[in-house]
Structure formats: structure tokens, C-alpha cells
Design a protein around this ligand. Structure first.
Ligand code: NAD
Length: 253
């Protein structure tokens, strides 16, 4: 078993479900102490209880990344209890509704940007001062293949994920002199509740979407978490400002 996270304090937002939950579980198995946030407090409590039952130290709190006070509270209280954050996974995100650019609801557009891009920035802003003080730290923001290509029908999501990729580059340049690395994880079609919102849990549709990737399938959240953990670990010590596609070859076509 790898022990890349032994003794490290790791923050994960959107940790109650899908990719965030898989990152938290994988980091815990490699020795991390976990600070977990999500709007779904009930499911988050289940994740935290499971990790504790396996011997990991975990602090969890309701945290809506569109709420500055909740983000700061999670980061500050979590680090007081479990130590300064070594690795932050800014992962929380929403897909939003499908729609055309010209008929898209302004409320929906603004809400998605507030969670996906401003929420990512709020998380990064909250963790950076202590990382800069300690001159160490790694940030991994979950963007998407939709942060690199622009499929129709998800204008706010695509715009927000392109913005996450841009924010990651700018932040990486900003804090490289402080020894802090910042990268984006860009998955595509991962078997999580978010994908269920598009496929309505329709296995035939999921399969046909999967066939559109060169590897011919959708990803599991565990294999995406493995790429996230690599980005967050010392194994990627010379990688910063990068967007790592975990997309079964989609964008290379
Ligand atoms: P998911 O819906 O299973 O998990 C997302 C989690 O984020 C949920 O637990 C949800 O409660 C939480 N969340 C939603 N809004 C929040 C908010 N305002 N504050 C805090 N937490 C909030 O979806 P997932 O697939 O695991 O998504 C995780 C990340 O991966 C997202 O950023 C998503 O955009 C990205 N992503 C997913 C896919 C995919 O195919 N599933 C592909 C590319 C990128």
C-alpha cells in the first residue's frame, strides 16, 4: 500500500459523493487526516464515519462553497483540529441544467458560476495564506474535460470549468515562488450521481456515452481519484499550472 499521504492533512470539498468521496477514501487509506466539506451534511457524516471506523482522523462540517464564511470556517476549524492543510482538493461542483446559450436562465447561469468558479477561488483563497506562511502546499482543483473543450448545451458549466483552468494557471504562477503547486484535474464521464442527472440512470445511454471515448467506457470515481492523488502527492513535485485530462482519450481525438 502507498503511504504518500502519511501525516498529511488533506481538505476535500464536495466530499459527500462521487469523486470527492473517492479522493477522501483513497487519501485516508494512504494515511491522511481529512477535513471534509459538503452541502449534503447527512451523506458527508456517513463518509466521515466510515473513514473514522477505518482508523482515519476526520473532521467534517457543512460547507457551501458559495458561502465565504462556511469555507473559512471549514478551513480554519479543520486546521486547528487536524493541523495545517498540506493538500487541498477544491472539488465541489454542479452541472446545472441543460439548455441553449440564448435561452439559459440568468439565475441558473450565475448560480453555477458562483459554485464552480467563485467557490473554487474561495477555497483556494482560504487555504493559501497558511500554505504561503509554511512555504509548502498543493492545490488540486477539479475542473473537467469541459474546461478544455466546449460541448453545446451546458454553457454555464463549460464557462465555469474553463475559468477553473484559467484560475489554476494564474494561481500557480502567483505562488510558485512560495513552493506551492496548483493543478487542475479534468475528468470526463465519471460514474457518479452527477452523471446520473444526465443519463437518468439509463444504462443504455451511459454505455453509448462511454463508447464516445476512445477507451470505450465511462470512468469510475476511484480511478479518477487515483489521478487526483498523484497530482496532490510529491510524485508530481515538478508539475504545476497543469490541467490533467482523465478523459479516456476524448480530447485527443
Ligand atoms: P457528485 O454530484 O457526485 O458530487 C458533487 C458533490 O459536491 C456532492 O456531494 C454535492 O453535494 C457537492 N456540492 C454541490 N454543490 C456544492 C456546494 N455549493 N458546496 C459544497 N458542496 C457542493 O458529482 P461528481 O461527479 O463527484 O463531481 C465532482 C466534481 O467533478 C465536480 O466539480 C464536477 O464538475 C467534476 N466533474 C465530474 C464529471 C462526471 O462525469 N461526474 C466529469 C468532469 C468533472
Amino acid at each position: 500500500m502507498n503511504e504518500r499521504y502519511l501525516g498529511k492533512t488533506v481538505l476535500v470539498t464536495g466530499a459527500a459523493s462521487g469523486i470527492g468521496r473517492a479522493i477522501a477514501c483513497a487519501a485516508a487509506r494512504e494515511g491522511a487526516r481529512l477535513i471534509l466539506g459538503d452541502i449534503r451534511h447527512d451523506r458527508l457524516a456517513d463518509t466521515a464515519a466510515e473513514l473514522r471506523s477505518e482508523g482515519a482522523a476526520a473532521y467534517h462540517a457543512r460547507c457551501d462553497v458559495s458561502n465565504t464564511a462556511e469555507v473559512e470556517k471549514l478551513v480554519n476549524r479543520g486546521s486547528d483540529l487536524l493541523g495545517a492543510i498540506d493538500v487541498a482538493f477544491a472539488n465541489a461542483g454542479v452541472l446545472g441544467t441543460l439548455g441553449d446559450v440564448w435561452t439559459y436562465s440568468e439565475d441558473e447561469f450565475t448560480k453555477i458560476l458562483d459554485i464552480n468558479i467563485t467557490g473554487t477561488w474561495r477555497t483556494i483563497r482560504a487555504v493559501l495564506p497558511r500554505m504561503i506562511e509554511r512555504r509548502r502546499g498543493v492545490i488540486v482543483a477539479t475542473a473537467s474535460a469541459a474546461g478544455v473543450i466546449g460541448p453545446a448545451g451546458l454553457p454555464a458549466y463549460v464557462a465555469s470549468k474553463h475559468a477553473v483552468v484559467g484560475l489554476v494557471k494564474s494561481t500557480a504562477m502567483n505562488v510558485a515562488p512560495d513552493g506551492i503547486r496548483v493543478n487542475a484535474l479534468c475528468p470526463h464521464l465519471v460514474d457518479t450521481p452527477m452523471l446520473d442527472t444526465i443519463t437518468n440512470e439509463n444504462p443504455a445511454l451511459r454505455e453509448s456515452l462511454g463508447r464516445q471515448t476512445p477507451l470505450g467506457r465511462i470512468a469510475t470515481s476511484e480511478e479518477v481519484a487515483r489521478s487526483a492523488l498523484w497530482l496532490g502527492s510529491d510524485e508530481s513535485s515538478f508539475v504545476t499550472g497543469h490541467s490533467l485530462l482523465v478523459d479516456g482519450g476524448l480530447v485527443a481525438q
